[in-house]
Ligand binder design. Structure first.
Ligand SMILES: Cc1cc2nc3c(=O)[nH]c(=O)nc-3n(C[C@H](O)[C@H](O)[C@H](O)COP(=O)(O)OP(=O)(O)OC[C@H]3O[C@@H](n4cnc5c(N)ncnc54)[C@H](O)[C@@H]3O)c2cc1C
Length: 448
């Protein structure tokens, strides 16, 4: 059995772990402290999944299915989610969910009075913002309740082989940070449980490969399901029931006759090949205020390099004649929540939800029509988990976890499981901000 000692261990290699590590390095915590990251296992799933579950995966998580990384998915949780008619997914590998994510990043929606953490993020994290020439709706939108939002995307710190930045892959960036700063990046293993004894200087991290890592301080960033699982197996979390929140999500395919005209204009003027490189398929976004609720309405082109479609559809997608819209519903009328069980004994059940009202639908339809877009009738509302903006699975358990550690807080949860509030927009900016705020407080706590 291997035994290793560290001052600080970051568990997980998703977005929150990346934010945590970057912040530690910016504050030079790696100088004088021995740090490691336990990144997760690339091969957690040794079992084959049956054809029913494969079809479910294909229909509900197309990007992950097409990446052919079934070995990285927690298949027990996938089965549970299928059986509960939900779309919750748990990835246990390097990069986490962020490895597949769209990178959408919306600081301007969150910035009220800019504080030190906002400045730190905006000055130190790499991101790019959409140029207006990639807009699908040109000029001002004509509806009073819709306001355009600038779309930014977290990006890689390096250029790829063809000289472009890519959407951030937190796992890759953590690996780069570790290499540059002499931090151990531990792969091919994941954490089974933590053994915490108050009088011991070190907490034992027991991994599935039987290795034990002793650490003075732990930043736990194993995600909205991974973190509660570790705490439950460690007997720090006593009950297996957790409540997870998500965005209520509607996906609407859209026909855009203008796409034809633009394509033929390009054809006639011989500018067919002139396509702007764009880092994400999200082209434009609007915040809609309707009946006391805020909606995030994003317009996306179909990324045919990631999703396999037939040739005819491929052509329509290339011409931007068929695009799609995603609408994330804000939580002003209650959070969209689901009761789940970590031991998978009880099926996941929705607890609280208010779907879009007739009035909200009318305003959304008007928005599309005024923008010369035709919504295609389809199954619009997606099951719980589909937005991937899962958060808050431990927000009502933080007190109990702190009490367990009494006045010696050395297991610090940093990921989306402790994110209390999200607006209507994708969550990345809030996850990063929350993580940095938690890490900065705990480092002060520990240096006292
Ligand atoms: C297809 C897709 C598109 C998305 N688009 C966007 C977007 O545009 N904008 C946005 O804001 N968000 C988006 N998201 C959501 C975003 O990716 C997540 O909100 C974010 O990555 C959550 O980060 P996290 O660090 O909390 O958790 P995770 O990403 O889940 O990371 C958890 C990490 O912990 C590791 N782990 C788990 N269990 C263990 C264990 N037992 N031992 C060791 N390690 C463990 C995992 O391997 C992983 O590395 C998208 C997600 C997907 C899948």
């Amino acid at each position: 059995m291997k035994k290793l000692d560290y001052d600080i261990t970051v568990i997980g290699s998703g977005l929150s772990s990346y934010a945590c590590l970057k912040y530690l390095i910016l504050n030079k915590a790696h100088i004088g402290n021995k740090i490691c990251v336990i990144a997760g296992d690339i091969n957690i799933n040794k079992n084959h999944i049956n054809s029913e579950i494969t079809t479910y995966l294909k229909n509900s998580h197309r990007v992950i299915y097409d990446a052919n990384n079934i070995n990285e998915i927690d298949t027990e949780y996938l089965n549970y989610s299928y059986r509960s008619n939900k779309n919750i997914i748990s990835i246990k590998s390097i990069g986490g969910l962020g490895k597949y994510w769209g990178g959408g990043f919306f600081p301007k929606l969150v910035l009220g009075d800019k504080n030190d953490i906002d400045s730190l993020i905006l000055n130190n994290f790499d991101y790019v913002c959409n140029k207006s020439n990639s807009n699908l709706i040109k000029g001002k939108n004509k509806t009073a309740y819709a306001k355009e939002i600038e779309c930014c995307f977290m990006r890689s710190s390096y250029l790829n082989k063809i000289g472009n930045y890519e959407i951030l892959n937190p796992g890759k960036e953590i690996r780069i940070l570790c290499k540059k700063n002499n931090i151990d990046f531990i792969i091919n293993t994941s954490v089974n449980k933590l053994s915490y004894i108050q009088s011991n200087k070190y907490i034992s991290i027991v991994c599935y490969d039987k290795s034990v890592i002793e650490s003075g301080l732990i930043f736990l960033g194993a995600g909205v399901i991974g973190t509660p699982e570790i705490l439950f197996r460690s007997n720090i979390l006593k009950k297996s029931r957790i409540t997870i929140n998500d965005h209520l999500l509607y996906r609407i395919p859209i026909l855009r006759p203008l796409g034809f005209i633009k394509y033929f204009y390009r054809y006639l003027t011989n500018r067919r090949g002139k396509v702007n490189h764009s880092i994400s398929s999200l082209k434009q976004a609007f915040k809609l205020n309707i009946s006391g609720r805020t909606l995030f309405l994003g317009l996306y082109t179909l990324d045919i390099s990631r999703i396999k479609v037939n040739l005819f559809l491929e052509l329509l997608c290339k011409m931007e004649v068929i695009i799609f819209s995603q609408i994330y519903v804000g939580s002003e009328k209650g959070s969209y929540s689901c009761d789940c069980s970590i031991d998978l004994k009880n099926n996941a059940k929705l607890t609280n939800y208010k779907y879009l009202s007739f009035n909200e639908w009318i305003h959304i339809l008007l928005f599309f029509i005024k923008s010369l877009m035709i919504p295609i009738p389809y199954k619009f509302r997606l099951p719980f988990g589909s937005s991937y903006h899962l958060h808050g699975s431990l927000t009502n358990k933080i007190g109990a976890i702190k009490n367990f550690q009494q006045d010696d807080q050395r297991i610090i949860i940093i990921d989306s499981s402790v994110l209390k509030e999200i607006g209507p927009e994708p969550t990345s900016y809030r996850i990063i901000k929350n993580t940095i705020s938690i890490v900065s407080k705990s480092m002060r706590f520990n240096s006292q």
